[in-house]
Design a protein around this ligand. Structure first.
Ligand SMILES: [Fe+2]
Length: 241
């Protein structure tokens, strides 16, 4: 992969695509079956993203270089919740269940009280896995790549723009530009789709990525309600015939 391919990728897929919304809401369909590349969690639009941006920006010299030797340039991260301040993919630390138990708040989180409060009191998932600030320097880029195999297609991680300067674009293959807002916005993302980011602005871009688990009971409740909904409906329809 090269700058040339990055440029072609952005030229080909760098358009805004409008998905068609069904009339009724079905969480399982949305997350597992819709095939959507991203979903705007607009109910979180009024969170204190700018204050959180300030907390991250104040730590700008503490960020660690990220994948500089492979597909990133000017890409840095700083871990708020993980094994340490520079936590990489959990798979490289051994058995997943054991690693998950070792995750905790890092010293970075103590310096970001507003961000931490959002994560503990507002973010609607039972368990936090890895949570990081991700910085992309002016002119920096992340070459097209895929974080999950095709079979694991679903909306999974949450990517929040704490800022997103004009000229910085996150692009998904076949799904187009993710419409991140500079004033802050949260999106669930399907990172099994190839994607790339290119910051063609003169400002650092800071996002926050949350890896999380809903928790089995929450998930099971939604699935149980969904199954009952369809069973009830088909029974009612049968009697009507
Ligand atoms: Fe990625």
């Amino acid at each position: 992969m090269s700058m040339q391919q990055l440029s072609e990728f952005h030229k080909e897929y760098g358009k805004l695509i409008q998905e068609k919304y069904p009339d009724t809401f079905d969480p399982k369909w949305l997350v597992m079956e819709s095939g959507w590349g991203y979903f705007h969690i607009s109910s979180l639009d009024n969170q204190p993203w700018k204050e959180m941006h300030k907390e991250a920006e104040a730590l700008i010299n503490r960020f660690y270089s990220h994948r500089e030797d492979s597909y990133g340039k000017g890409w840095k991260s700083l871990t708020l919740h993980g094994l340490n301040e520079d936590t990489q993919s959990l798979s490289q630390y051994g058995e997943r269940d054991k690693v998950l138990q070792q995750l905790d708040w890092t010293s970075i989180s103590d310096e970001c009280p507003i961000t931490k409060k959002f994560l503990t009191d507002v973010w609607p998932a039972e368990f936090l896995n890895r949570v990081r600030f991700m910085l992309l320097e002016p002119g920096g880029y992340i070459l097209p790549h895929q974080d999950r195999p095709d079979e694991e297609k679903r909306l999974s991680v949450c990517n929040i723009s704490l800022n997103n300067p004009e000229g910085c674009q996150f692009v998904f293959k076949d799904k187009g530009i993710v419409p991140f807002k500079d004033e802050g916005s949260a999106f669930l993302m399907d990172i099994s789709n190839p994607h790339s980011v290119w910051n063609q602005s003169d400002k650092p871009r800071i996002h926050m990525i949350i890896h999380f688990e809903l928790g089995r009971r929450t998930r099971d409740m939604f699935y149980t309600l969904r199954e009952s909904f369809y069973t009830n409906r088909s029974r009612l329809n049968e009697r009507l015939e």
